[in-house]
Design a protein around this ligand. Structure first.
Ligand code: FES
Length: 163
């Protein structure tokens, strides 16, 4: 499996922190998802082998916890805050605009692979609600019009990259 050397190092460091290897399952899943963007079947088998467990032991965690993704994410990862301040200031309308722009539902990736849209909890910028993170960039006061602008920019970048 193609994990970055830094991820492999962190995995090897984290395992001895737990009294039994099984307890390291969740930290390993987080590290692998951070690196690959999702948890593939291959990742499930790899983690199980690493911890001396059966793949089903890992798979049941992946299916139980909603934060684990089973499919690759899009080129850009759009995270819309849905916590109180953002919800009151129109975060749901912002989200609806992103879904319309990319033609996909929450938790899904657009057909062209450009974007994955998700709701997240408070992004610690409540005074500038509604707030959206696109990959690691924070965007403030994102109303529907600004969501449309940001979407357009993402589509143009994607088109330019494909040329
Ligand atoms: S409620 Fe959205 S950033 Fe805090």
């Amino acid at each position: 499996m193609n994990l970055k050397p830094d991820t492999l190092k962190r995995i090897d460091e984290v395992i001895p922190h737990y009294p039994n290897k099984r307890s390291a399952s969740l930290p390993l899943l987080h590290l692998v998802q951070e690196d690959l963007g999702y948890i593939s079947d291959e990742a499930v088998e790899w983690i199980a082998a690493k911890l001396g467990l059966q793949p089903i032991n890992i798979l049941e965690l992946v299916t139980f916890y909603p934060m684990f993704r089973r499919k690759p994410i899009g080129r850009r990862h759009i995270k819309v805050c849905r916590t109180l301040s953002c919800a009151l200031m129109g975060g749901y309308r912002t989200c609806a605009e992103f879904k319309k722009q990319f033609g996909c539902e929450l938790g899904e990736t657009s057909a062209d692979g450009e974007a994955t849209i998700e709701f997240v909890e408070c992004l610690a910028s409540c005074g500038t609600a509604p707030v959206v993170m696109i990959d690691e960039e924070l965007h403030q006061k994102v109303d529907a019009a600004k969501a449309a602008e940001l979407s357009e920019k993402i589509k143009q970048e994607g088109a330019a990259a494909r040329r």
